[in-house]
Design a protein around this ligand. Structure first.
Ligand code: FHN
Length: 434
């Protein structure tokens, strides 16, 4: 790929991802038939369920309490600006009215196009919308994981002797992506999942898929999992736009120590996807929910490293987000209403990480997130010089450290926000020297 083509690709990617880097915080939603057994989204594979056993969930699926307007309100109140729903996970069940299979929500008792209702509800609340689409498909007869194995391209001689079968599956997969990009209005994110081993890139006919995607929805942004697995989401990234470059890297359950860069060390957009408990799909026995404080710390850490946080909820079989998840989201929203300025449109401060917490920065505003309790006065005056000509605040005044807005809420955390000069200030060194 020539540099010029690469540079125009980078300019296009920069334009496409502007809203993404501004919004910083989204909701991931893993939902499907697996919510009925309530043992996580890999239940079919982990428990080697037979086609008949899993079919029983299809026959039963009728989420009578599904109200995506409620989901959208909860996401918005939490301070989230976008949301990504599983249109099809690995089990092959389609939450949308595809013409390419009968294995879809509109054929269940509910009869509903769950994706369309999701998109309508979240757009109505002003949130950007994305769809997750599994490249793997344990249901499709021409996908090698049909029935027993969980990884494609198993050394099954019979399968290898008939390469047309995987071609059939790829035609199906491309056809469904085309349906989603054509029949559901403007989508902001396409979240493919996942590649590994030899099944990556052109094994998915990724160039053809990306060219179709870009032609149908030029502004959509795409993750990097046409070439990366979940484990590799935060590390594998290529700038080759004609093949299968995504627009952002997708570290999973971790926050990369120093953000994510491409092969030449240039920062690239990235988004850490993280579960609220330990499961993506609904798991009734998993009560290990993160606290709001933990979620806020993760969000601040992502933004302090130029990244986004995609926080997952797993609705239950009735279509409701678990109460424990909603409780955490409500508390996070309270913090975001007071401190959203230190997240939205912010990024790394290009300063050494302070021992007491983290910085986020937006233009000439610096935000200090003080996470350690035993902190004396924070001497910020010296920072003015450290960040070059940019003043710490747009009006040219000094950095301000406002009192913890509500220390009682986080007794061991104090989140300072340099935006309200009514509290004590630190003189800049040149003024102090006069
Ligand atoms: O196997 C999936 C898993 O179920 C979940 O969807 C995550 C979310 O990023 N992706 C895969 C694991 O990397």
């Amino acid at each position: 790929m020539s540099i010029s083509a690469d540079s125009s690709y980078l300019e296009q990617r920069t334009e496409r991802t502007k809203w993404f880097l501004r919004d910083r915080f989204g909701m991931f939603i893993h939902w499907g038939l697996y919510a009925i057994p309530a043992r996580g989204e890999w239940v079919r594979s982990f428990e080697r369920l037979s086609v008949e056993d899993y079919q029983a969930y299809y026959e039963e699926f009728n989420p009578e309490r599904y109200d995506p307007k409620e989901w959208a309100k909860a996401a918005k109140a939490a301070g989230m600006k976008y949301a990504v729903l599983t249109a099809k996970h690995h089990d092959g069940f389609c939450l949308f009215d595809t013409k390419l299979t009968d294995y879809k929500s509109t054929n269940t008792k509910s009869g509903r196009d769950l994706v369309r209702e999701f998109l309508d509800a979240f757009r109505a609340e002003g949130l950007k919308v994305g769809l997750y689409y599994s490249l793997l498909d344990w249901h499709h007869p021409d996908y090698p994981a049909y029935g027993d194995s969980i990884h494609p391209m198993r050394d099954s001689e019979a399968y290898k002797r008939d390469p047309a079968r995987f071609t059939n599956y790829l035609d199906y997969m491309h056809g469904q992506v085309r349906e989603l990009l054509t029949d559901y209005g403007k989508l902001d994110i396409m979240w493919f999942d996942f590649s590994y081993g030899e099944v990556k890139g052109e094994a998915w006919r990724a160039t053809e898929l990306m060219e179709m995607l870009r032609s149908l929805q030029p502004d959509i942004i795409v993750d990097n999992r046409l070439e990366a697995s979940g484990e590799e989401g935060g590390s594998i990234y290529t700038r080759n736009p004609s093949l299968y470059s995504g627009d952002f890297a997708s570290p999973e359950q971790i926050i990369p120590p120093s953000g994510v860069t491409d092969e030449e060390g240039n920062p690239i957009p990235w988004e850490a996807c993280i579960t609220l408990n330990n499961n993506w799909g609904y798991c009734a026995s998993d009560r290990a929910y993160k606290t709001a404080k933990t979620v806020i710390r993760k969000l601040v850490e992502c933004v302090s490293k130029n990244g986004n946080l995609l926080l997952n909820v797993g609705p239950d079989a009735r279509g409701e987000i678990p109460r424990e998840s909603l409780n955490v989201l409500e508390e996070v929203g309270e913090w975001m209403r007071r401190n959203g300025d230190s997240i939205y449109g912010c990024g790394a401060a290009d300063l050494p990480k302070p021992e007491w917490g983290r910085y986020t920065r937006k233009g000439d505003k610096l935000y200090a997130h003080v996470l350690e309790e035993s902190v004396g006065p924070i001497n910020l005056a010296g920072l003015a010089g450290r960040i070059g000509q940019a003043r710490l605040l747009a009006d040219g005044s000094e950095a301000y450290v406002s009192r913890p807005w509500n220390a009682t809420l986080y007794p061991d955390d104090a989140f300072f926000n340099f935006a309200r000069p009514e509290h004590y200030t630190y003189p800049l060194p040149d003024e102090r020297d006069t």
